[in-house]
Design a protein around this ligand. Structure first.
Ligand SMILES: [Zn+2]
Length: 111
């Protein structure tokens, strides 16, 4: 892969990582344990608050999974392995990487 392509995907991945971290920071308050004190949750019932917290936690888990994939892709860039299939070693189609730059396998090797 050419240097400017690598630079393109590196900045794409870093931008995505930054976005996820910002989202994560913004939702930290909502993921706090639900207080027993009803006042603190305002008009929401405790049940609603728990449901919202569960949803926020699920989103946070999804973000954590995505961050892991992004870090792995950035590590592949550093190792010079980015853009090559982890399974067969063939180049991964650029269009495929543009859709998701964290993919580590070519379209033939994905189960
Ligand atoms: Zn492959």
């Amino acid at each position: 892969m050419r240097d400017d392509d690598i630079a393109f995907f590196r900045s794409l991945l870093r931008q995505r990582r930054e976005d996820l971290r910002l989202q994560s920071g913004a939702s930290a308050e909502k993921r706090k344990p639900v207080e027993l004190d009803q006042q603190s949750v305002g008009r929401l019932s405790r049940q609603d608050a728990l449901q919202q917290q569960a949803m926020q936690n699920a989103q946070e888990a999804r973000r954590a999974g995505e961050l892991k994939k992004i870090d792995a892709a950035l590590a592949r860039i550093e190792d010079g392995e980015f853009g090559y299939c982890a399974e067969c070693g063939e180049e991964i189609a650029r269009a495929r990487l543009e859709i998701d730059p964290t993919v580590a396998r070519c379209v033939d090797c994905v189960d």
